[in-house]
Design a protein around this ligand. Sequence first.
Ligand code: HEM
Length: 129
Amino acid sequence: MTASEMEPDLLDQLGGPDGLRRVIDEMYVRVLSDPELSHFFAGVEMDKLVRMQTEFFASITSGDIQYTGADLTRVHAGRGITRQHFTQFVSHLSEALHSNNVTPLAIDTVLGRLAMYSDKITGSTNVDG
Ligand code: HEM
């Protein structure tokens, strides 16, 4: 028996692929109406971003899905994204999860997994050494 057969995927606790897509859609509605964050997304093809972001979240919450998009360090480098921006972005995710009835425990688990990517996104490891 594999680990994924013993334990339900975290993705299931987010409502499966369709539930996740609703969460990501809502997260970007919140991000794009946040004056501290919206300018980062000017001119970005949002359909593609939502699709790739949904795939990324599926990959960190399910053993069965692989992320096929751009390297996260490369795609965020040079954009001036600070830890404060990261934290604020994640708070919109957290609210989107809450409003889609994801349990507090599942939300904590998702946020814990995301924290591992904060250096890649804020460039802490690739700007000025
Ligand atoms: C939870 C943290 C984050 C994750 C997991 C994440 C992940 C991603 C992914 C998967 C993509 C798509 C890559 C592709 O097209 O192949 C992307 C693109 C992008 N991200 Fe993030 N991101 C995060 C936080 C942020 C933050 C905080 C900002 C800015 C405030 C940001 C700005 C962008 C922009 C502007 C793009 C579009 C790049 C383009 O297509 O030109 N991201 N991100």
